[in-house]
Write a protein that binds this ligand. Structure first.
Ligand code: MN
Length: 280
């Protein structure tokens, strides 16, 4: 009875789908949701579903892009983050499905898989574009067109599998903005770096959970995990110190802010309106 009953219960978390997620984590040591929570929409006829983007400072900074589908969050890791410029094709590596209740997660993963800091960078709803309503089939075929209604990301997008070209056994996809009124040249990840949940950046999340961390600079655990976390703390520290050390080119300069709004409103201007020098 187990299988059938589970499939038919609208709120049921798909156990098999989350097997990889669960296998990678030790929930006695990670604050991440263990996947027991029930998804909200299930078999509802409402086509809008939850989506989120989690900025994840782990061994490498990346943005986890997640779309609710069939009771879980189908997930991709986007190293450079989403771009509002339709000319940008952002690499998105398919990763394991995450539990629905992961979508609101923000915090510090002190050790183990994904050790680092997770920041809820955007969230909202999504819906498939006409012709892509069968989301499972569209994903299996390697192309899904959809609309986002988030805080930072809106309008039409496509995520498309590169097939064997990516060399990653079909795990390589490209996330691309469609040309519409929500497209633009503003560098959305650097211009709007903070959390939609707490309004903070990595250092705020870290400091909030580990008030002593700025004094000790020392991870709670030793060994490899401890070293990894040490590096992440150092990265977060560097980010924290950067604005103070380089005050004149701060991201909060008022003059540039109005410029950003202007370019947001503009229709898909040519690329390069803003140098992408922030990463270093
Ligand atoms: Mn991640």
């Amino acid at each position: 009875m187990g299988d059938m009953a589970e499939k038919r219960r609208p709120g049921a978390v798909k156990g098999a789908k989350l097997a990889e997620y669960k296998a990678k984590r030790d929930f006695s040591k990670s604050p991440e949701p263990s996947g027991r929570g029930a998804p909200s929409t299930g078999a509802s006829k409402d086509p809008t579903r939850f989506f989120c983007v989690q900025k994840h400072l782990a061994s490498h900074l990346h943005y986890d892009f997640r779309l609710e589908h069939d009771g879980v969050l189908v997930s991709w890791a986007v190293p450079k983050g989403p771009s509002l410029n339709p000319a940008d094709k952002r690499l998105a590596m398919k990763v394991e499905d995450h539990p629905f209740d992961y979508g609101e997660f923000e915090g510090v993963i002190p050790e183990g898989y994904g050790a680092g800091i997770v920041l809820l960078w955007d969230r909202g709803t999504w819906e498939p574009e006409p012709g892509f309503e069968n989301v499972g089939k569209s994903l299996a075929k390697g192309e899904l067109k959809f609309r986002l209604n988030g805080v930072k990301l809106k309008g039409g997008w496509v995520i498309v599998n590169t097939g064997s070209r990516g060399g990653g056994e079909g795990r390589s996809w490209l996330l691309i903005k469609h040309r519409d009124e929500w497209a633009g040249a503003v560098d959305v990840v650097s211009r709007f770096p903070t959390s939609v949940k707490s309004d903070g950046d990595f250092e705020d999340i870290l400091a909030q959970e580990n008030p002593d961390v700025w004094d000790s600079h020392r991870p709670a655990k030793g060994g490899e995990a401890g070293e990894m976390f040490q590096r992440i703390i150092e990265k977060a520290l560097a980010l924290k110190q950067a604005p103070a050390a380089k005050a004149p080119r701060a991201k909060k300069a008022p003059a540039k802010k109005s410029l950003a709004k202007k370019s947001l409103a503009k229709k898909a201007p040519a690329r390069g309106a803003r140098p992408k020098s922030r990463a270093r």
